[in-house]
Write a protein that binds this ligand. Structure first.
Ligand SMILES: [Zn+2]
Ligand SMILES: [Zn+2]
Length: 255
């Protein structure tokens, strides 16, 4: 699996872009950043978009991507998530007011956008040999993380979450965990704020990692609020945990 970091921050600020990860050139994990970093040719390659929750920093580029692909006359896109998250998207965003209702616009015998409702706990196979499964996490709105399975093992992507248990319990039943992508939004001194809005700090992030049986795989941190980047980095460094590294934009992780 080849994961390209299009954006990995908890907001957009100067060069810092919000969350979007391109897997094997055709699958997006979250859609906060897509079109500002990919050529049209690369955008054409995207088929499946997995949304962790409906906050704008994770969904906004659905609009721009669908628009570009529509103008381009290309194939449709499938947006995956749980029923409640897709309903929120349809009601508040892709609703024909803020954004055209691309699920009702046909092109080349297909709709520009299709919604695929996921049941938690079930792997959904994609064309090129990977499967993806949604599991609930604890954020301040309905949210899931994703587990991606390839022939080599599993990758965990938490999306936005505060302290949570279920997704780790599921991971502990799976064969091989190759890597963890975990959010870490705020520095330790803003613990109260982090708790309030369902996010992690370096100290609570490490408590989450202790819930995972696999203790040797690489851990990639994302969703840092750029304003606190330096402090978060110092606090991560102070942990002295060689598994952990902070993601940067345009980085490519091969697993
Ligand atoms: Zn977010
Ligand atoms: Zn969020």
């Amino acid at each position: 699996m080849r994961i390209k970091v299009l954006g990995c921050y908890g907001t957009e600020f100067l060069q810092f872009k919000s969350c979007g990860f391109l897997v094997d050139g055709s699958v997006m994990l979250d859609a906060g950043t897509i079109v500002s970093t990919l050529t049209l040719e690369e955008q054409r390659g995207i088929r499946d978009v997995f949304i962790t929750h409906a906050h704008l920093d994770h969904i906004k580029d659905i609009f721009f991507l669908a628009n570009n692909l529509f103008e381009d006359g290309g194939q449709g896109l499938t947006i995956y998530s749980t029923k409640e998250i897709l309903q929120t998207l349809q009601q508040h965003f892709i609703n024909g007011i803020i954004c055209p209702d691309f699920t009702a616009i046909q092109q080349q015998d297909a709709y520009v956008l299709g919604f695929e409702t996921m049941r938690e706990g079930k792997f959904y196979p994609l064309d090129h040999g990977i499967s993806i499964r949604a599991e609930k996490v604890d954020h301040n709105i309905e949210a899931v993380g994703y587990i991606i399975r390839s022939d080599y093992g599993h990758i965990v992507y938490t999306g936005d979450t505060g302290p949570t248990d279920h997704i780790w319990e599921v991971c502990n039943t799976l064969d091989k965990v190759l890597a963890v992508f975990i959010e870490c939004s705020f520095p330790n001194e803003l613990q109260e704020l982090a708790n309030l809005c369902g996010h992690l700090t370096p100290q609570t992030m490490t408590l989450e990692l202790q819930k995972l049986k696999e203790q040797n795989c690489p851990v990639f941190i994302f969703h840092m609020k750029p304003q606190y980047l330096k402090t978060i980095q110092e606090e991560i460094d102070a942990l002295g945990d060689k598994r952990i590294s902070m993601l940067t934009e345009n980085e490519v992780i091969t697993l």
